[in-house]
Write a protein that binds this ligand. Sequence first.
Ligand code: TMP
Ligand code: ASP
Length: 237
Amino acid sequence: MEKREELYAGKAKSVYKTDNPDRFILEFRDDTSAFDGEKKEQLSRKGMVNNKFNAFVMEKLEAAGVPTHFEGLLSSTESIVKKLDMIPVECVVRNISAGSLCRRIGVEEGLELTPSTYELFLKNDALHDPMVNESLAVSFGWASAAELERMKQLTYQVNDVLKALFDDAGMLLVDYKLEFGRSGGEIVLGDEFSPDGCRIWDKETRKKMDKDRFRQGLGDVIETYEEVGRRLGIQFD
Ligand code: TMP
Ligand code: ASP
């Protein structure tokens, strides 16, 4: 596959065109960002770790029947993905209270949420990803009601698969964010799944093992991402 011009550079990943109009190359960089780009750093090995982490999770999800854009690894920091028409809405499921939920409604961190909560956020850094809902998404034409229903169903299906996967490896999947797009009339999981876009705690000690280590300056960010991966059985370089 021939790598062509860069189409888009996000805060941590870049997207490249290829000689196949239906395939892109997703490059995972070492750039790390938090608070919508306010805190930025380069963390060595992060691109490789997140690329391999994402490949492992996307393959598990595909195997469980979740359609994903992931096609395969191209190099240690690049993957081949399907071209999607992205929907600018982030889907968040929470199993345990943390992060913006605690700030927004004044609850303590660590409360078990039953049933798991589901929230939508508009992908817009300048506005700090404001919370939205299905009604706004339909009225502004971001997605149809049927597409939003499918996104919700898939986001909860991902929860069933990944909660069990992390639990078996001694970890709690606290919350996570997914992004979807359209391909051939179908809703398909896009973007990535890595410790950058979810919260993972050790089951026994509740040690934070995700990007909160970077956000909160807890140290050992990539070492801990690799520990999560190793527990799941992922081999890094
Ligand atoms: P929050 O607590 O900041 O709302 O985030 C909930 C989860 O979703 C957390 O695991 C981080 C992830 N997330 C992102 O990765 N990017 C985003 O832009 C948002 C809104 C959430
Ligand atoms: N992903 C967003 C950023 O990079 C939000 C965050 O993780 O805090 O800025």
